[in-house]
Design a protein around this ligand. Structure first.
Ligand SMILES: Nc1ccn([C@@H]2O[C@H](COP(=O)(O)OP(=O)(O)OP(=O)(O)O)[C@@H](O)[C@H]2O)c(=O)n1
Ligand SMILES: C[C@](O)(CO)[C@H](O)COP(=O)(O)O
Length: 244
């Protein structure tokens, strides 16, 4: 493990020199939303455009690779062009699973970019403060993710019956972007794929290697649009943020 850590985290970085590539998985099927969520207008602006604008505005991000479905390549490329986004280098086809989509995107980042921020296309409300914190931490520690403490009491339920109630004080809901040394996350995801592990986030691949992921402060506003009521929540959050 010490060998792995020194191989991936060996070099100290200075904040000024951070050059991060963003990979945006956007190749999902929106099955829980019931309609294609990435092109849905949120206060008049398509979800994916809000997500990409937030990444474009972050000074640490040098380039963006969007990974999407075949049928969305043209519409998303068009939106980026019309909006004048200059950091979106490629819009490519994704895979059957999120892990495959992320791996495809990592492979398309330019040579010389050795830090990757993986951010869901479906998280359009990510703030500049959150991006700054997690990218800086990822650059220093090799693996970082934003998270928020869970607010509800969580139950482990099997066959409709509560099995146990985990201690809430150690439970966090993890968000994106998740930021990693590029070789580390590529190696971790390839290994997870080869071993047939079904992952719901990218940190899990790194955790499987026994490597710690640092947690930075997440934001309850950085919600992932998953089910229909999330759209109404996101619209309300936008209005609330503009007023504050
Ligand atoms: N094969 C896949 C599956 C998901 N994603 C992306 O991963 C992010 C998080 O996934 P989720 O919100 O679950 O999106 P969907 O997979 O579209 O949703 P669902 O599971 O309800 O179908 C989304 O931006 C989604 O487009 C991807 O790039 N490739
Ligand atoms: C990566 C993620 O957004 C972290 O919260 C989340 O795990 C994606 O999960 P989903 O099953 O694709 O909704």
């Amino acid at each position: 493990m010490a060998g792995l850590l020194s191989r991936f985290f060996g070099r100290e970085r200075k904040e000024a020199s951070i050059r991060c590539g963003a990979v945006v998985p956007a190749a999902g099927s929106s099955s829980r939303m019931g309609q294609d969520k990435l092109l849905l207008p949120l206060d008049g602006t398509p979800v994916i455009l809000r997500t990409l604008r937030a990444l474009e505005d972050c000074p640490h991000i040098a380039e963006i690779v969007v990974v999407t479905r075949e049928d969305l390549i043209v519409p998303i490329s068009g939106l980026c062009r019309e909006a004048g986004l200059t950091k979106v280098a490629k819009v490519i086809r994704g895979g059957k699973t999120r892990t495959e989509s992320v791996l495809a995107g990592l492979g398309e980042l330019s040579r010389g970019i050795d830090l990757a921020a993986i951010h869901d296309g479906a998280r359009p409300l990510v703030s500049q403060a959150l991006l700054e914190a997690v990218i800086t931490r990822g650059a220093h520690s090799g693996a970082a993710a934003p998270a928020v403490p869970v607010k509800d009491t969580i139950k482990v339920v099997r066959e409709g019956v509560v099995e146990r109630t985990p201690d809430r004080s150690v439970l966090y809901a993890v968000q994106t972007p998740q930021v990693f040394q590029r070789d580390l996350i590529a190696t971790a995801l390839k290994q997870a794929l080869a071993e047939g592990a079904a992952l719901t986030d990218d940190c899990s691949a790194v955790e499987r290697l026994g490597i710690g992921v640092a947690i930075t402060q997440g934001d309850y506003c950085n919600l992932k649009l998953t089910t229909p009521e999330d759209i109404a929540t996101a619209e309300a959050l936008l209005t609330w943020r503009e007023g504050s």
